[in-house]
Design a protein. Structure first.
Length: 319
């Protein structure tokens, strides 16, 4: 079964292939003999009710001196026989939402969109974790500066973050009585106009912010702990954290068992859970990473697991 793999991603010429999970997916798809198509950035659209994309044939190789080649781009409809990998990074802004609506039309025409466009709209990566409160630390989402300040006072110390960030950007650690707390809250909420999240500070971050990968609702047996370095409290790799691959703990597996079935039901085939200590802090659905680091540490092929799931979905249930 040869599929047309259509990838919606950030510019391929600027990725770091040693760490890029989308690139791992493309290598695996090519290894399996599928045809690769690169959506020229900004190339999604609709004509006469049909989803279209400006597509360039793509080939890839695991070579930092030159990792891709593109053929001439042409516009065509998206539909049956296409698997669309949606891998652009946040923010999930108006343009991102519009693209998911276009991809919803492609899905209705028979394309398999990974992850499901409706799920990408529904699951804000901060708020989605709160759908599983039994897994989460004490948390508050509010525009109310007084309520957020009272939450910090109640717990003594908290992490404060916007709902639409990624890579650790605009995340603050603040303690009760911090003279900067008012201005932090004013900044995050745009003076009370935007929602912000407060979560109880988890000192277990010193041991790493674990990224657990779910493939069609099932956890990969190993995770990547992103460990803060120096005077930095954030473990994000983009913020300088050091990655260390580890086996899942029993608590990790319990959290995955709480979240995984709902992700599978909603067509979210590739999801990243962020876990600090025993607590779920985020559910990443837009462009989860860490495939290449975990693969390298344990000799896995996580993209292969994903394509097994994709091919199974396309083939449908066995008769």
């Amino acid at each position: 079964m040869v599929l047309d793999i259509v990838v919606v991603m950030d510019p391929i010429g600027s990725i770091r292939i040693a760490k890029d999970s989308t690139f791992a997916m493309l290598l695996e798809a090519q290894r399996r003999g599928h045809r690769l198509h690169y959506v020229v950035p900004g190339g999604l659209g609709v004509r006469d009710g049909a989803a279209t994309a400006l597509l360039a044939p793509l080939s890839v190789r695991d070579d930092p001196a030159g990792w891709f080649e593109l053929g001439p781009a042409a516009r065509r409809d998206l539909g049956a026989g296409d698997v669309v990998l949606v891998r652009t990074d946040p923010p999930v802004d108006g343009e991102y939402i519009h693209d998911t609506q276009v991809l919803g039309l492609a899905q209705a025409a028979g394309a398999l969109v990974v992850n499901d466009p409706q799920g990408l709209r529904d699951y804000n990566e901060k708020l989605a974790a709160l759908l599983f409160p039994q897994c989460c630390p004490p948390s508050l989402v509010s525009r109310d500066l007084a309520a957020l300040k009272a939450f910090v006072a109640e717990h003594g110390e908290a992490v404060l973050k916007p709902l639409d960030g990624m890579g650790g950007r605009s995340i603050f650690r603040a303690a009760a009585g911090d003279p900067n707390l008012n201005v932090i809250l004013e900044t995050l909420t745009a003076g009370g106009r935007s929602l912000a999240m407060a979560q109880r500070w988890l000192p277990e971050i010193a041991g790493g912010d674990k990224r657990i990968l779910l493939v069609d609702g099932v956890p990969v047996d190993y995770c990547l702990a992103r460990i803060p370095q120096g005077d930095e409290f954030r473990g994000n790799l983009a913020a300088g954290g050091r990655g260390e691959a580890r086996p899942l703990t029993e608590r990790d597996r319990w959290i995955a068992a709480q979240v995984g079935p709902e992700m599978r039901r909603r067509g979210m085939l590739f999801v990243g859970l962020d876990v600090i200590g025993d607590w779920l802090t985020e559910v990443n659905v837009t462009s989860p990473t860490c495939i290449r680091e975990i693969d390298k540490a344990y000799g896995l092929n996580i993209a292969g697991m994903l394509f097994d799931a994709i091919e199974g979905r396309v083939a449908g249930p066995a008769e």
